[in-house]
Design a protein around this ligand. Structure first.
Ligand code: FER
Length: 296
């Protein structure tokens, strides 16, 4: 009997440790945090017009192409999606937005789930955004970069792969894009933005690399977001820093902290708090607002 009890105790600790190690419990706790709103946690922009994120086949469509590149981080060929604006011509040169997905997604998430390319097609058709190339990478820089099964999503190695993407992006993807497409290959014409895990990546990589990105956006950024003081070297004269989150999103404390840190450091930024949770509606709407302000 004693031996059985000891075995049971051992099994229980192992299960508890496994739960800790797989990150699920911590992520659940983060999503379930109580939202505490401050007076300035309000909308910066009105809601977009109805249908702003619906595909409209009557309008010119940007062309979305698969782009393969050799990654010096993973030593594999990796895939990204590239949106070329309607009328794209190699005779002209375009600014570039790098648009990053969330923890369960891949390079298709912005186009498919969020309908981000439909948002861009409409903005461009109405002359409300500058023609731009949009690169949608897979931000999970590991040899097997497929989204893991749900119960493996928050494991330390998958989370680490989102940090490893920094070197993949800077040293492999950006040079490959600039070599293949008619880009304006400088910081003033390069933006980075993303949702959730991709929002954290965008803030981490963008705010610490002003020499590469002048335009930075984090939508519903995840707890991978690092403190502003660690990221910014000096005040950072960005063209645009844009933060958004829903006021029903348990992760909003991450964006609130970044907003307050930037304010304390004197870094001008947009802070848009809408009424959503951790939802695609918030991401589509914030892409709509962000894209209109890019490259002006
Ligand atoms: C976490 C909760 C959520 C976390 C990441 C996320 C790194 C990411 C969510 C998403 O990308 O949608 O604790 O830890």
């Amino acid at each position: 009997m004693k031996r059985r009890a000891a075995l049971l105790a051992l099994l229980i600790t192992t299960a508890a440790q496994a739960q800790q190690a797989d990150g699920q419990a911590e992520a659940r706790a983060n999503f379930n945090r109580t939202v505490v709103l401050a007076a300035d946690d309000v909308r910066a922009f009105p809601k977009p017009p109805a249908g702003f994120d619906d595909a409209n086949p009557a309008l010119p469509q940007g062309q979305v192409v698969e782009f393969g590149y050799d990654s010096a981080v993973t030593r594999t060929q990796r895939q990204a999606l590239v949106y070329l604006p309607p009328g794209y011509s190699p005779q002209r040169r375009y600014p570039v937005l790098y648009l990053l997905h969330g923890i369960g997604g891949n390079q298709h998430e912005w186009r498919g789930y969020v309908r981000g390319t439909a948002v861009l097609d409409r903005l461009l058709a109405q002359g409300q955004a500058q023609p731009m190339i949009v690169v949608m990478p897979n931000g999970r820089a590991r040899a097997d970069d497929a989204p893991p099964p749900a119960e493996r999503t928050f494991t330390p190695d998958h989370i680490a792969a989102f940090a490893s993407f920094e070197a993949d992006l800077l040293n492999s993807l950006i040079p490959a894009i600039d070599a293949k497409y008619a880009t304006l290959a400088n910081a003033d014409h390069r933006a980075i933005a993303g949702l959730s895990m991709g929002g954290g990546q965008s803030l981490n990589f963008g705010l610490s690399h002003r020499e590469t990105f002048a335009w930075v956006g984090g939508f519903s950024s995840a707890p991978n977001t690092r403190p502003a003081a660690e990221l910014l070297h000096g005040k950072g004269d960005f063209k645009l820093v844009y933060l958004s989150c829903g006021n029903r999103d348990g992760l909003i404390n991450v964006s609130q902290s970044m907003h307050r840190e930037l304010k304390a450091l004197g870094v001008a930024h947009v802070w848009n708090v809408d009424e959503y949770g951790h939802d695609r509606e918030s991401w589509a709407e914030n892409l709509y607002h962000f894209a209109q302000r890019l490259f002006r």
